[in-house]
Design a protein around this ligand. Structure first.
Ligand SMILES: Nc1nc2c(ncn2[C@@H]2O[C@H](COP(=O)(O)OP(=O)(O)OP(=O)(O)O)[C@@H](O)[C@H]2O)c(=O)[nH]1
Length: 294
């Protein structure tokens, strides 16, 4: 049997070409990573697809989006190129039938020493085969690609072929992520789970399992997540146990939870945690809402 393959695949392309749609099709649910490996620190993992033969780790490239839509900046250009060449394969998405200036700008930033897969998406929109052929000629003249794969992310056409092609260019490696490293919980659920876990770890036997955590607000702003959470306890007497002397315990809970979240979300986290005694139906509604069930 041949060796297991695993590597980082950068997904690049101008806005609206279908990057998210393609990724959702291939990996399904959005994933959060609970254990971060050194090799991926410069990238944000967008999704992971694992088979018996290979693990595909799809990443995005920080700075890429802002770079090619913003002003000329040589230093940043260089950084984006370096970051891209950290990956094993670069996958450029374009839209069938539409080659825009923005696409050409993206091409200028592509590394020359990596396998470069051109994914021509939205082929379902092109009715005329001759039109597609003319388009393919135009893009291949614009840049040298290692492989070209036409797909429809929306309809799921030719995605097996895309994975097969990517696999041939992945290096032989053990998987970077175990199943345990990856969760398909939403970031909101994971945030609540991490706080709850710290409560039990730091307050031990004193706290009954009735404790719940509600995420009141979860905001994403660039590379910062602002999270406001409430720990809901059953009785008044539980409150001081969680808060601790001079608020020390609550501070430890929120610091440790925040550090875990920063690792899991690969971003800075501002976390505010309050403790409240459950107050009947109002909190039940709030709990349901925080779980997305209202
Ligand atoms: N017809 C057709 N539409 C598609 C296909 N793939 C994506 N789309 C549509 O194209 C639009 C943009 O898709 P996204 O996946 O959000 O594009 P994106 O590249 O992630 O966009 P940004 O997040 O802005 O970078 C959506 O309306 C999709 O439904 C496809 O294969 N065929």
């Amino acid at each position: 049997m041949s060796e297991f393959k695993c590597g980082l695949i950068a997904i690049v392309g101008r806005p609206n070409v279908g990057k998210s749609t393609l990724l959702n099709r291939i990996v399904g649910q959005k994933v959060s990573i609970t254990s971060r490996k050194a090799q991926t620190t410069r990238h944000r993992v967008m999704g992971i697809h694992t088979t018996d033969e290979a693990q595909f780790v799809f990443v995005d490239t920080p700075g890429f989006q802002t770079r090619y839509t913003g002003t000329m900046n040589r230093a940043m250009n260089k950084r984006v190129r370096e970051t891209l060449s950290d990956t094993d394969v670069v996958m450029l998405l374009v839209e069938a039938g539409r080659l825009k200036n923005e696409d050409r700008q993206v091409m200028e930033l592509l590394p020359k020493d990596r396998p470069l897969i051109l994914v021509v998406n939205k082929i379902d929109q092109v009715k005329d085969r001759a039109e597609l052929m003319a388009y393919l000629q135009e893009v291949t003249a614009a840049h040298a690609f290692t492989e070209i794969v036409p797909v429809s992310a929306k309809q799921g056409n030719n995605l097996d072929e895309l994975l097969k092609t990517l696999q041939t260019h992945l290096p032989e490696n053990a998987p970077l992520f175990d199943a345990d490293d990856v969760t398909d919980q939403t970031e909101r659920q994971l945030a609540a789970e991490l706080i709850r876990e710290k409560v039990f770890r730091l307050c031990g036997e004193e706290i009954p399992y009735g404790v719940a955590v509600a995420i009141d607000k979860f905001e994403e702003e660039g590379n910062l997540r602002r999270i406001f959470a409430t720990i809901l306890v059953d009785r008044d007497s539980h409150k001081p146990i969680i808060i601790g002397k001079g608020g020390e315990k609550l501070k430890a809970i929120s610091t440790q939870a925040r550090l875990d979240m920063e690792r899991a979300f690969d971003s800075k986290v501002y976390l505010e945690v309050w403790v409240k005694v459950k107050g009947g139906w109002a909190d039940d509604v709030r709990m349901l809402r925080s779980l997305g069930l209202d």
